[in-house]
Design a protein around this ligand. Structure first.
Ligand code: GLN
Length: 485
């Protein structure tokens, strides 16, 4: 049986009925990895031995008749900016190439408690800065639906692995779109949780006021199960909040009759014709079940990019100051004194995009420019929040494209940072407002998947997942494992 094609929910039921073992599931996943990984490049570190040990332990529990959590024995990939005890966590940077964390991120502790099987650490843009996975210091990742295309970023490895059947689900992180955009490009489902819903303890910080860890998968049930397992307040993260989500995805759904779907015109201005058409066509699915479309306006959308790149770079310049050759990871070999050591370490350890953000962030925080840029961007943040609050008085959920285009060609945007930044236009204001949003596959543009974004009020994940579940049912499924040659 080709187990790698199944979802977590399907595998869980098979394991529960003792039709397959956790070891068989893990073996099948690693056989798939051996077959396709050369062409995809989704992993930075694969962890077959650890995976096999956990799978064996899960089989013992099954044999002993113990109750099985929906994620027990399920192969899950972890983005390489999430700390994993005794397993390298590189952030796809030369700076942390050999960094082995002495502790687990809270999300990992929670996953270990339910016996998940880690397949490995997934490729990404260096320190999560990018939209194509081309900023990894190690190698690029290919889109399983078209190997000459990018998988999106920065969680490109996490998305590609799930799309290619190299993991059943994965964790990514999203600061400005890094879960949703790669999910859209790779034809899978990705959820960016409400700010504060998931602990950031152990997530290597990029922009702390925007970062969130979130799930990716091939079924809504899987994404819900993974999200519910990792969410909740954490004493190690003062920005985490108490949450009241269900424990599992059982009974997931939403009554579409009377649902008010907000369609903000500003989001459709900058998107490819085929993408916009796929979304508007997709909205007909819930409409046929009694949902109503409401035209709304979010006028600040077009300034979102500028504000995001000011806020996120400012925070990044501060967060990344800890990589100085003393505390963590890489240190330059030849230097004359302390300052020279700092300078050489940071010049040699960081890639171009990271340096660009540190310089931009340092500039906007410097006295004389602080008021003109950073303060203005923070004021803009209030305006974006107010606009979304107003919009949610008129509608229950907002529907937009996830990205303005389908996946672009590898190399196409690498020398044009502004063009690369533009691929975040539909996702970033969601982070600025701290809202939850989910991307689901809704159509195709020239054989490449197109993603639809559902945005909801704070802590409305259950509703977003429920609506996504209805899409999945009405459309007879949303995702299939890509046929990688
Ligand atoms: N593409 C955006 C950036 O480069 C978003 C990244 C992210 O969400 N981590 O900043």
């Amino acid at each position: 049986m080709e187990l790698y094609k199944l979802t977590g929910g399907e595998l869980h039921r098979l394991m529960k009925e003792k039709k397959v073992s956790a070891v068989e599931v893990t073996e099948d996943t690693f056989a798939r990895i051996a077959k396709v990984e050369n062409g995809i490049g989704a992993f930075i570190t694969a962890t077959p031995e650890e995976a096999m040990k956990t799978a064996q332990a899960v089989d013992k529990k099954i044999a002993a008749g113990e109750e099985l959590h929906p994620l027990a024995g399920i192969p899950i990939g972890i983005k390489d900016n999430i700390c994993t005890k005794d397993i390298k966590t590189t952030c796809a940077s030369k700076m942390l190439e050999n960094f082995v964390p002495p502790y687990d991120a809270t999300v990992i502790t929670k996953l270990k408690a339910v016996d998940y099987v880690m397949t490995g650490k997934m490729n990404m843009d260096e320190f999560a800065m990018g939209s194509s996975c081309e900023n990894s210091a190690f190698h690029i990742t290919h889109n399983p639906h078209g190997l000459d295309k990018v998988p999106g970023g920065s969680s490109g490895g996490s998305a590609a692995a799930v799309a290619a059947g190299e993991a059943v689900m994965s964790l990514g992180s999203d600061t400005g779109g890094s879960i949703r955009e790669p999910a859209a490009y790779c034809g899978i489902i990705g959820l960016k949780p409400t700010y504060g819903a998931v602990s950031r303890y152990g997530l290597v910080a990029f922009a702390s006021s925007l970062d969130q860890i979130g799930p990716m998968g091939r079924s809504v049930e899987d994404v819900a199960n993974l999200f519910y397992t990792i969410s909740g307040q954490d004493p190690y993260d003062a920005t985490s909040m108490p949450t009241h989500y269900p424990k599992t995805a059982e009974g997931l759904g939403y009554d579409l009759a009377g649902l008010r779907i907000g369609v903000p015109k500003e989001f459709y201005k900058h998107v490819d014709v085929a993408v916009g058409a796929a979304i508007l066509q997709g909205i007909r699915t819930p409409e046929a079940r009694g949902a109503k479309v409401v035209n709304i306006s979010l006028p600040s959308t077009e300034y979102g990019l500028s504000a995001y790149y000011i806020i996120s770079s400012a925070e990044a310049s501060s967060n990344l100051s800890r990589f100085d050759g003393v505390k963590y990871g890489f240190r330059a070999e030849n230097y004359t004194d302390l300052n020279d050591m700092y300078e050489k370490t940071r010049s040699e350890g960081f890639g171009d995009e990271v340096k660009r953000r540190i310089m931009l962030g340092t500039f906007v925080l410097s006295s004389g420019y602080y008021d003109a840029y950073y303060k203005k961007a923070k004021l803009f943040q209030q305006k974006v929040r107010a606009e979304y609050d107003e919009a949610f008085k008129q509608c229950d959920v907002i529907v937009t494209p996830t990205a303005p285009t389908a996946a672009f060609k590898i190399g196409e945007n690498v020398h044009d940072p502004l063009k690369m930044y533009a691929s975040d236009i539909c996702t970033i204001t969601v982070n600025i407002a701290g809202l939850p949003a989910l991307s689901l596959p809704i159509g195709m543009d020239h054989e490449m998947p197109v993603g639809m974004q559902l945005i909801g009020p704070h802590f409305s994940e259950e509703k977003l997942l429920g609506i996504a579940k209805e899409f999945e049912t009405l459309r007879g499924g949303l995702c299939k494992v890509a046929t990688v040659v």
